[in-house]
Design a binder for this molecule. Structure first.
Ligand SMILES: [Zn+2]
Length: 312
């Protein structure tokens, strides 16, 4: 603000008036203490994409391989890591990609309430498509043994379902991973019982949503490309769990990778493609709403968050 002799004069006059007429004290608004609903809407051509926050999961920095001194840039032993899902309205179908991790920690489980806050209803979801079957992506499918999305068919990659359904894989899995097999069985049960689980390999899963295999993190880990009217959004699932660590240094893997070497190879391939094609990307664990671009900075990659916008 430019302060002039004139504005100073009026300021002084205002002060004099206030003391003459004794204006009432300013009201103090009570603190509200709640976060805003976590959803973020944008259009991709004629499709509407609503990104839904499920909350966050604390991830230990020691879960990541690589130079531990670089991990200290995060400033803590654990980092709050977003868990996001996507609701796609193609006009014909309402598709939810990933269901969040309700029940895993108290800081998760908000995806359903955010879906409602975004103006939709749980029984409007026609299809739930899963990037993979880790608990932070499939746990929101059921609550108390009941299907949270009562009218939905669940679609998952054939290789993913086969891996986690195998008694042989369960038997040879490390002790810490066995619970994951049981969790998946529990979460899929109401849908399986109703004959509402379908598998896919690659290509169009539903009109306007194309599956692209991205194995390594899990055997059937899948990305989805939304394409409409020349606009594109790549939903990359778990290509990176921490943007600050794994995008500049894609060779860092996380302890949850089923095949770490393949996960690294896939991450490098996807980063190269995203940077070359200047693709808009969105990830389950990029800080909510988790939409951005991959750029090349010198010889490395960087993540640039997309500014607030209503379209790609
Ligand atoms: Zn995940």
């Amino acid at each position: 603000m430019l302060i002039t002799r004139r504005s100073l004069t009026f300021g002084a006059l205002g002060g004099a008036l206030a003391s003459t007429f004794s204006l009432p004290a300013l009201a103090r608004a009570p603190k509200l203490g709640v976060q805003a609903p976590g959803y973020y809407r944008l259009t991709v051509g004629s499709s509407e994409v609503t990104i839904l926050a499920d909350g966050f999961i604390p991830l230990g920095t020691k879960l990541f391989t690589g130079d531990p001194s670089a991990q200290s840039v995060l400033g803590a032993d654990t980092v709050k890591t977003s868990v996001n899902g996507w609701l796609i309205n193609t006009g014909d179908r309402l598709i939810l990609i990933d269901s969040g991790g309700s029940g895993l920690t108290d800081s998760l489980g908000k995806l359903s309430s955010n879906l409602l806050a975004a103006g939709y209803a749980l029984d409007q979801v026609d299809i739930v498509v899963l990037t993979h079957l880790h608990g932070d992506h499939c746990s929101g499918l059921t609550a108390g043994g009941q299907a949270v999305f009562p009218n939905a068919v669940v679609r998952v990659a054939e290789a993913e379902l086969a891996f986690w359904s195998s008694a042989e894989n369960l038997a040879k899995a490390p002790e810490g991973m066995k619970g994951q097999f049981k969790l998946i069985e529990t979460k899929l049960k109401p849908y399986r019982g109703a004959g509402r689980i379908q598998t896919f390999r690659t290509g169009e899963v539903v009109s306007g949503v194309t599956a692209e295999p991205a194995p390594g993190h899990t055997p059937g880990h899948t990305m989805f490309r939304i394409a409409s009217g020349g606009a594109q959004l790549l939903i990359w699932g778990d290509i990176a769990h921490n943007a600050a660590l794994q995008i500049p240094e894609p060779s860092r893997s996380i302890a949850y990778d089923v095949d770490p070497a393949m996960a690294v190879e896939t991450r490098k391939k996807v980063l190269d493609q995203a940077a070359t094609d200047k693709l808009a990307i969105t990830g389950a664990h990029l800080p909510f709403p988790g939409v951005g671009r991959i750029v090349r900075i010198g010889g490395a990659y960087g993540y640039v968050a997309e500014p607030w916008s209503q379209s790609i």
